[in-house]
Design a binder for this molecule. Structure first.
Ligand code: HEC
Length: 103
């Protein structure tokens, strides 16, 4: 019994250290419908001036979205797109796009 508890604690700790943000990719996918119009249904954009998001680093995506929301990074379109996102939405969207293949 003690061994099982120690093993469970080790797994939990490894998971916590594995990534700085822990978003839920499935929840992010559900939230991504509005983003898909510009960034593509698979996170690969069809428009030269809209960036691809698929395969980008999760922590970078979360930071970029928060920066648009706060105004640290200025883009009128993305400010409007991020205004209504909750903290959990940001982490989930970042996890979702990071999980996609960029090919
Ligand atoms: C109307 C089109 C449009 C929609 C809809 C849209 N975006 Fe964007 N997005 C852009 C454009 C244009 C940029 C580039 C802005 C810039 O120059 O900083 C961008 C940039 C980004 C970036 C930064 C990418 C990088 O490489 O730095 C992220 C992350 C992002 N968008 C996420 C989202 C998410 C998440 C949603 C949905 C909630 C969304 N976008 C909806 C047009 C859009």
């Amino acid at each position: 019994m003690k061994k099982i508890l120690i093993a469970a604690a080790a797994v939990a700790l490894a998971g916590a250290m594995g990534s700085a943000v822990a978003g839920d990719a499935a929840a992010g996918k559900a939230k991504s419908a509005t983003c898909a119009g510009c960034h593509g249904p698979q996170g690969v954009s069809m428009v030269p001036t809209y960036p691809n998001l698929a395969g980008q680093k999760e922590a970078y995506l979360a930071k970029a979205i928060r920066d648009y929301k706060s105004g640290t990074r200025t883009d009128a379109t993305m400010k409007a797109m991020t205004a209504a996102l909750s903290d959990a939405d940001v982490d989930n969207l970042a996890a979702y796009y990071a999980s996609l293949s960029c090919k």
